[in-house]
Design a protein around this ligand. Sequence first.
Ligand code: UDP
Length: 336
Amino acid sequence: MRVLVTGGAGYVGSHAAKQLVKSGHDVVILDNLAEGHRQAAGNLPFVSADLLDRPRVVAAMQEHKIEAVMHFAAFAYVGVSVTDPAIYYRNNIVGSLSLLDAMREAAVNRIVFSSTCATYGIPNHVPITEDHPQHPISPYGFTKLAIEHALADYSHAYGLGYAALRYFNASGAAADGTIGEDHDPETHLIPLVLQVALGQRESVDIFGTDYPTPDGTCIRDYIHVDDLATAHVAALEKLKPGMALKLNLGTGHGASVQEVISLCREIAGHPIPIRTVARREGDPPALVADASAAKRELNWQAKRTLREIIQSAWKWHRSNPRGFGDSQNRVCDANC
Ligand code: UDP
C-alpha cells in the first residue's frame, strides 16, 4: 500500500514508518517539524506541511497516490495541554479534522490513528479493557477522544475504515540504534533516568511514593516502540473501508517507577541518585493494558520485555547523547 505517515519524523511515527517499509509498503512522510526531527524520517519521501494546510495535504495525497494514512502528528504533553489547551485543540482536533477532510477529498478511506490510554482517565480497574469508560482528565486525552468520536462518525457516515490504537507507555528505541526518543523538553521517565546515567542530569525525581501500589510508586505498562510499530502495520493490513478497530496496545504487565529506575541502574551500570517529590497532578496510580483484544483481532502481541526496552533506549542515548542534535534547549550539564 502507499501510506502517508503524518508525524513520521516524530518518535512513534518514525519507528512505524520504518516498519511499514520493512513490510513492503511505500511510505511518504508528512510533518511540519514542530516536534519532529528531519533526520528521523531518513531518506523517505518527505512533505513539509502542516495538517491545517488542507490543499497541500490533498495535493500530497494525490501526487503520491496515497491509499491509507497513519496519523501520528499531534502534541502529546499532558502538562502543557493543561496550561495551554488552545494549541492542543487547534493542532490535535482541528488538524486531525482537516486531515480527515483532505482524505475525503482525495478519496483515501483507511486510517490508523494514534490514540492513547489517557482517554480512559483514572481507571476504575486494571488491567484496562477497551470497553472501560473513557473520561480523560487532561485536554490532551480529550483531544484524542474527540478524534476517536469523529472517526466513528465518519466511518458510519462515509464508510471510513479506521483503527484507533490506544498506546500505553511507548518506550525504547530501534534495535539498530538509528532512531530513538528525543523530546524537548524531555518529560518521560526512562529517557530522564538514562540522562542521569549519562551525567546530563544530577538526579531523577520520583513523583510520589505514597500510591496504593506495592512500593508506593506509580505503575505503568511500558511497551517497546517497535512493538507498537508492528501493531500499526498489522492494523493497517487488516483495515477495510467501514471497519472500526479500537484496541489497547500494551504488554499487559506493569512496572513501578522504582522498578524502572533499578533496572536502568543495572543496565547502565551507573548510580542513579533519586529525589522523592510530590505526586504529579493527574497521574493515576496504575495503568496496565488488557491487551487480549489486539491479540484476537490482529494476532499481535508485544514481544519485548522491559529489560529489552531499557537496553535499546540505553544504546540510543549512549550513542546519541544529544539525541538528533537539533534541539535548542537540551539539558546538558556534563559529558556533551
Ligand atoms: N515519573 C517520575 N519522574 C519523572 C517522570 C515520570 O516519577 O521525572 C513517573 C510518572 O509519575 C509516571 C511514570 O513515571 O508514573 C511514567 O511517566 P511518563 O511521563 O514517562 O509517562 P506517562 O505515564 O505520564 O505517559
